[in-house]
Design a protein around this ligand. Structure first.
Ligand code: UTP
Length: 295
């Protein structure tokens, strides 16, 4: 783990209503929906730990206690599995608690992603100059982009976001960055951002993904922005305010895959993709899918 790592804490906002997953999300937090057998938020926690984060700050809402409970040890279950010699299962049960130290922060009302991130401010130590933010809905594959983003902050300072290159008309479904080039083709300086522009008006082909390394200045910016669409405090408005004040913001263009676990269509794709790669389920699923698609 590099001592020059610009962040120790990774904030995972998980206090949204998850309306696109109703009725399941009446009682089950969408962050706990399994991707094959592992909740999405555990995959994201593993990514944060791999990038060197030491603390995961999960922003939850009242009634979503199960999210934090997933990261707590379960001594009785662990003992039973041990007695029965179920070592592989024991390892799976323990993994979440052993990955990274977890703290929760409560967002009492779903006032937007920006507000959720602001709720984590008081949980940071005074000497933490930057923080990572990972949206648990968004699987960015393969992992490793946070480490590249950390290197960009070390070079340019300020805040660093993650982008995907989406050259087709699908760009209009995303927040799109207005950028200029740097010497590295995969690193761009950000001048602004447009939410869901018509494809022919998009300022670039670079769409925002749910990974951020934010300078601590973002918390001050979050206090100065006003609620946007739906009365919510938008994280992108705080980033836009920082840009307008000359704060450096860059993106790392991630040349890889991505799954959006936040809606049933994206979730199904992620589940199938992970299941196809799973040694126990992959081969059978592949042959079943083949015959199902022929039929
Ligand atoms: P989303 O808009 O994707 O999540 O927010 P949502 O609001 O739960 O989903 P829908 O639109 O109702 O289906 C992106 C991330 O920000 C968190 C969400 O939990 C999700 O991980 N979030 C959003 C908060 O923590 N608090 C909020 O007030 C809003």
């Amino acid at each position: 783990m590099s001592e020059s790592l610009p962040f120790r804490s990774a904030v995972v906002p998980a206090a949204g209503l998850g309306t696109r997953f109703l009725p399941t999300t009446k009682t089950v937090p969408k962050e706990l929906l399994p991707v094959v057998d592992t909740p999405g938020i555990e995959l994201v926690a593993a990514e944060a730990a791999e990038a060197g984060a030491r603390q995961l700050l999960i922003v939850t809402s009242p009634g979503k206690d199960a999210v934090a409970a997933h990261f707590a040890p379960m001594p009785e279950l662990e003992e039973t599995l041990k007695e029965r010699g179920k070592d592989a299962l024991l390892e799976k049960v323990r993994r979440a608690a052993e990955l990274i130290s977890v703290r929760t922060v409560t967002q009492h009302e779903p006032k937007g992603l920006g507000h959720a991130v602001a709720c984590a401010a008081d949980a940071l130590a005074d000497d933490e100059q930057a923080v990572a933010v990972l949206l648990p809905d968004d699987l960015v594959l393969p992992t490793g982009v946070l480490s590249r983003m950390a290197a960009v902050r070390a070079e340019f300072g300020g805040s660093v976001l993650c982008a995907f290159d989406i050259p087709g008309p699908e760009i209009s479904a995303y927040g799109v960055f207005d950028v200029s080039d740097t010497a590295d083709p995969d690193v761009k300086r950000v001048h602004g951002m447009v939410e869901k522009p018509p494809a022919d008006e998009a300022p670039s082909t670079y769409a925002a993904a749910g990974r951020y390394i934010l300078d601590r200045a973002v918390f001050d910016a979050l206090e100065r922005i006003t609620p946007g669409a739906g009365g919510e405090l938008q994280l992108t408005d705080a980033v836009a305010l920082l840009i307008s004040e000359g704060h450096p913001v860059h993106v790392v263009v991630h040349r890889g895959g991505r799954h959006d676990l936040g809606n049933p269509g994206g979730y199904v794709r992620a589940f199938v993709d992970f299941a196809l790669q799973h040694p126990d389920y992959g081969p059978e699923l592949r042959s079943w899918l083949g015959s199902r698609l022929e039929g």
